[in-house]
Design a protein around this ligand. Structure first.
Ligand code: NDP
Length: 280
């Protein structure tokens, strides 16, 4: 029988600890979120962050801008937050409207408040093996694997999806733990033959139920990062859970898998930023 990796429960043990620590602080940590436009999914993610923050005592402020806001105005708001001692973490909710330069804007966030780990500096630190603040989703996956006591040394790990948000930083984190990593993407030839060799298969492509049992080795550990809707408009991941469940040894579901871990890491990064403690 496959073990289901209960991301929601692992995340809860992390957020319970954060709550305990925050209760002892003189002042509540603050996370400020810049939200430009009215993207439906972004609104839902931000609501999730506010709710999660309030559960542990972290204040989440949302700074809203209309969709046609000029780049200079967004940058000015980030500069104000950078200089505000009451603000500990800053995130720019993505995606931004097309006329805004994401890279330029994200890199305005001061390094020590960059709790999404998206600035060039924090990305560079991760890739040099000296991380300060790491991106939350890959960091959450690493915590998940640790909680499940997955031995990573020498393991054949295949990551599908090479985004700067998930796949690429994750491949670096797994390499740091001595896994042998193959990073696949949309141009990978014969993807099936590669994923079918994986002891650990992590999929972050955003294609509902793309990975069926032909892609998975017997006894593999599978982590599903994707969030999409299936043909019945039901929330689903990149992995066809019902098909692969009989083949795998462990699998993270969608929902209640990687999602809650991402939020827990955001809160943890905010607390670290509050304490000025960056090594993770
Ligand atoms: P991106 O769209 O930025 O990247 C998708 C990646 O998947 C690209 O590298 C792309 O390849 C690759 N890809 C797409 N289709 C295929 C395919 N058929 N075969 C192989 N590779 C493919 O997505 P993100 O990384 O931002 O997100 C991926 C998924 O994870 C989404 O569903 C997103 O909603 C979810 N997500 C979930 C989070 C959570 O907390 N649970 C957090 C962040 C994301 P190429 O580079 O060649 O284009």
């Amino acid at each position: 029988m496959a073990q289901i990796i209960k991301g929601d429960q692992i995340a809860k043990t992390i957020t319970d600890k954060i709550k305990e620590e925050v209760e002892k602080l003189d002042k509540k940590p603050n996370l400020s979120v810049i939200l430009v436009g009215e993207d439906f999914a972004s609104e839902a993610y931000v609501r999730g962050k506010i709710k999660a923050g309030s559960r542990v005592g972290i204040e989440v402020d949302v700074i809203r801008f209309p969709a046609d806001t000029k780049e200079a105005q967004v940058i000015e708001a980030i500069k104000i937050l950078n200089n505000d001692h009451d603000v500990n973490g800053i995130i720019v909710q993505l995606p931004l409207p097309d006329h805004l330069d994401v890279v330029k804007i994200v890199n305005e966030v001061s390094v020590e408040k960059d709790v999404d780990g998206f600035t060039y500096y924090n990305a560079g630190r991760l890739f040099r093996g000296e991380p300060l603040l790491n991106p939350c989703t890959p960091q959450g996956i690493m915590y998940m694997l640790e909680a499940m006591e997955v031995e990573l040394e020498g393991i054949n790990a295949v990551v599908v999806g090479r985004s700067n948000l998930v796949g690429l930083p994750l491949s670096r984190m797994l390499t740091e733990k001595d896994a042998t990593v193959t990073l696949c993407h949309s141009k990978t030839k014969d993807l099936k033959s590669i994923t079918a060799q994986a002891d650990l298969l992590i999929v972050a492509i955003g294609q509902s139920k793309f990975i069926n049992n032909e892609y998975v080795k017997d006894g593999a550990i599978v982590i599903d990062v994707g969030i999409s809707r299936d043909e019945n408009n039901k929330l689903s991941g990149d992995v066809d859970f019902d098909q692969v469940i009989d083949r795998v040894s462990m699998i993270s579901p969608v929902p209640k898998g990687v999602g809650p871990m991402t939020i827990a890491m955001l809160l943890q990064n905010t607390l670290r930023a509050y304490k000025g403690e960056f090594c993770g």
